[in-house]
Design a protein around this ligand. Structure first.
Ligand SMILES: [Zn+2]
Length: 92
């Protein structure tokens, strides 16, 4: 049964995993050093595809942690620089 207590536990787990991920990759933007609205960028430009955008935040964080453990090159970027990178790549 889904209870508020479970929801709180899930949220706490998510916060902890997020902290773990950014502790691993760096907790500020690799370009400007911002610590606001951070996201993870694939340095080699690898994408998961459309389906990956529909998964939950927790699943995404798990995937990033798995990739980092498997030597996939990831870096932390703020939202602004991550979307800029994407736009740049799409016209290249
Ligand atoms: Zn930035």
């Amino acid at each position: 049964m889904w209870t508020p207590a479970k929801r709180v536990a899930r949220k706490r787990r998510l916060v902890r995993k997020k902290a773990q991920l950014f502790a691993l990759l760096g907790d500020s933007c690799a370009i400007c050093g911002s610590t606001q609205e951070l996201s993870v960028d694939h340095i080699d430009g690898r994408e998961w595809g459309v389906a990956a955008r529909e998964v939950s935040q927790e699943t995404r964080i798990n995937l990033y942690l798995l990739e980092a453990a498997n030597g996939v090159r990831l870096r932390t970027l703020c939202k602004k620089h991550n979307s800029g990178y994407r736009a740049y790549r799409s016209v290249a």
